[in-house]
Design a protein. Sequence first.
Length: 296
Amino acid sequence: MRLYRDFETQEEIDAEYDLESVLDMNSYGEWMKESARSARRDLAHERQIHYGPTVDEFIDIFPSETPNSPVLVFIHGGWWRAMLSSDFHMVARGPVSLGMTVVMVNYSHCPKVSISEITRQNRAALAWTYHNISRFNGDPEAIFVSGHSAGGHQVGMLSVTDWVGAYGLPSDVIKGGIPISGLFDLRPFRYSWLQPKLLLTHETIARESPLFLVEQAPKLPPLLTTLGGDESAEFHRQSSDFSDQWRLFGGEATGLDQPGKDHISAIAGFEDPGSTLCCAIKDFTNRIQSKRASFD
């Protein structure tokens, strides 16, 4: 009996998604810790600014030196059950060097809260950013959203949000989305090692899988999807299926492969403003802003 697609056992699904079985997470953890610490030493920033009422709902902001700069909101990964915004502060280095204000979102974890609550928190963080980012040299009319892994899932969820009906914000409050190694189809995780933490139901999967929500989205912002070339077939399938669905319903979705990169090193380019990743993000945001300016 198949559990999901061609997978018949949990072990087969875990082999595609359980990164600890294929990557040296201890070494990556040390790199992330030191790189995040170095970014905090070198870059001006403000930490733990609350956007919501609970202790986990805060953002860390690395402001641009120039007023009205484009804004990059970054949502960290950790399988919805681990990590903090501060663990990913190295992500701010390249974008700040390119003249962006960077907003790092922290949120609660499963099983303390559901994935639906994580989505609500990240939407609230985006709404807070729109209303307040001008105080940090950011332009509320030039907000881009990026995220890694579970954070890439959140990029998908924010990109299909009814911002007008639910928050009273412009329909195009997100000018572009940049999911990295994103997870847009939650179906396999109900049969994985993650299920005891995520407690997924059929209803949650339907409500929180961006892949299934594209058709009903009020607005489809342009997407730049990327992941490491060495990531598993399922990670590649997640991004390609989501991009195909985005295009099917009239959205723009550009892909960026990163040859030789794995699930963690796929975000290492954020540290270097001259990296392939940062250059692609710069080109993506500049193109969208230029197009916007031509219509103003």
